[in-house]
Every structure is written in C-alpha cells, then in structure tokens.
Design a protein around this ligand. Sequence first.
Ligand code: XIL
Length: 361
Amino acid sequence: MNVAHIIVIGLSFLSVVCKKQNPVPPPDVESLKSVAPFPVGAAISATHLQNNTAYKNVLVKEMNSITPENAMKFANLHPQSQSYAFGDADAIVNFAVAHGMRLHGHTLLWHQSVPGWVQQFNGDSAAWESVMKTHIQTVVSRYKDKLTSWDVVNEAFLDNGALRIPDTDTSSRDNGSIWARKLGTDYIARAFTYAREADHDLLLFYNDYGQEYSTAKIQSIKNMVNSFKARGIPIDGIGLQMHMHVNTSRAGITNALQQLSATGLKIHISELDISVNSKGDPNAVYSDAIQKAQGDLFSFVVTQYKSIVPVAQQYGITTWNVGDADSWIRSTYKRKDWPLLFDDTYQKKAVYHAFLQALRN
Ligand code: XIL
C-alpha cells in the first residue's frame, strides 16, 4: 500500500463519517409531472410569471403543460382591428418553450373577451366572416410551431343544450354570443376548418363548462362532434373545464367522462378547480374537514379520468391558475375561496398531496 492508497482510504473514511454526521436529505424530486401518466398543467399569466419567483418555480417544478389564462383571448391579442398585441402571449410561449412544456392555446372564439371594435363592427356577412377567419388564421399561424393545441371555440352552448342565444349582450357568462348572431349557427364548424387550414398539425379542441351537471350540454356537444365527423370537419378533442365545488355530484363527473370519451376524441380536463365557498360566506374558514372533502374530490376526478378515459385519449389535466392567491374565483366572484392545489404563497396544500397520490396510483 503506497501513500496514494492511504490517502484515498482516509478520504473515503472521512466522507462516510461526515455523511453520517450531516445526513443530506434526499432531493425533493417528486412532482405532479413526474408521477402523472399524462401531462399536468395550469393556466398562467405573464404578469405573475415576471413578478413572482415562487409562482414561476412551482410551474417549472410541477407542470409540463401550460395554458395562457387570458393572454391569448381575442380582446387581449387583437384589441384593434388592424393591430395585434402579442407581448404577454409571447412571454408565456417563450417561458414554456424554454422549459420544454406543452402549450395549449385558449381561446380563438368566445362570447366573452370580444373587443370594442368587434362589438361595434358594421359589415355584411362576408365582412364578418373575414373578421373571424383573419383573427383565427393570424393567431394560429403566429404560434404554429409552438402550440400543440387550441381551444378553437369556448362555451358555445348553454346549460339547457341550446346554442348560446344569438343576442348582443356579452356582459355575462350566460347570455348571447355575438359570433352566433353575426356568423350564423354553423360558425363553430367554420372556425375549426379555418384553424386547421392555418396549421395542419394542430390539435383542435371544443371547450366548455358544466358537462358534469348538464346532460343536455353533453348531448349538444356529442351532436356537434357527430355532425363534424359526418361532414369531414376537423376536431381532435373536448375540454371539460370542471370548475366545481366540494359538493359537485360524483355521478355527474363519471357520466361526463364516460359519454365524452365515447366520442373517441382526446379529453382534456382543462380548467380544474374546486371551490369551497360557492355561496360566498364572508366568514368562511378553510377547515380541516373541508380540505379533506376537497382532497377526496380532487382524487376522485383523477382516478375517474385514469380509469374511464382510454390512455390514448388522455390529453391531461390542467388547473385554472396555480395558487389560491391568483385564482380567478377570488377575483371574479369577489369572495374568500381556496380552490387550488397551492396556497397563497405557493406552498403545497393537503389537497396537493391527495392529487399527487391519485396521479401515482
Ligand atoms: C377567466 C379568467 O381566469 C379571468 O382572469 C378573466 O377575467 C375571465 O376569464 N372559463 C374560461 C376561462 O374558459 O377563459 C375563464 O377565465 C374562466 C371560465
């Protein structure tokens, strides 16, 4: 044994002793995306991304799919008839590309986020058609090699299954669509066709809320899909937003997943959150019992998705926002609520662990 051997043995001994005295905890490698058999994502904002490191870190660690919360909506992207504002959308795209995340666009046509110039637009049906087609093809083309998929049309049906009534009032979720009024009731099919023309590889989704409680809406979506198939109109997937509350019927969730999976299209749980204060009680508290019920429902959604939706149709699960602090529920409905997997400081909540466990099993 020469001097070198002695030094090596001595160093190894020292390192073993040191490790015993200062055990290094295993790196926190587990994450939603590392255990899930399909992509897991969140709806995000460019502002939070730029200003909040904790927010950004959670996304990088946990998610492999991104949906822009507002940045790709019509009014945000196309505020004037002749000018587009791509800044926030580009920032989100650059972030997702830099981190190898899938990008899902939201949304080309919706009865909300209609800019003033469109609301005031005067033109014959050809001019209106051009407004729709130009918007869709400009935006789809810009992000052609970056986005995997788009919600082409969002929320076109009412809960009673009727096409969203073609009136002019676009101020609330539940009334008319200017698109149906100006473009005629078959505008959805043409929107899908225009999107496919602009990008042949793009996956095209129809996205809506309430399938978990409205069988009439499910039926209308299925009728639309059948009509598209019969006419050769492209469609690849259905988004179920799933903005739920702790008491949402489990049977309704199961039914929606079963019925929509039967179309053979990809199924995206596209905007998941579970409200715990849907009545807006100003004194609401986030008790252990409520957290347990919420966690049970999050895991129910995941386990049903895994068992009902065939693997090839599992497009993934996206939550709408990241932490409770940035949830749209708080800002839109002006109430206390805790609907997401991360808390106000982007720490994992108890429901995160329930969700993760369900993804893994
Ligand atoms: C919401 C955003 O989260 C809010 O910031 C915005 O003020 C309104 O839109 N269904 C959808 C989403 O498809 O686009 C909505 O997003 C939430 C409901």
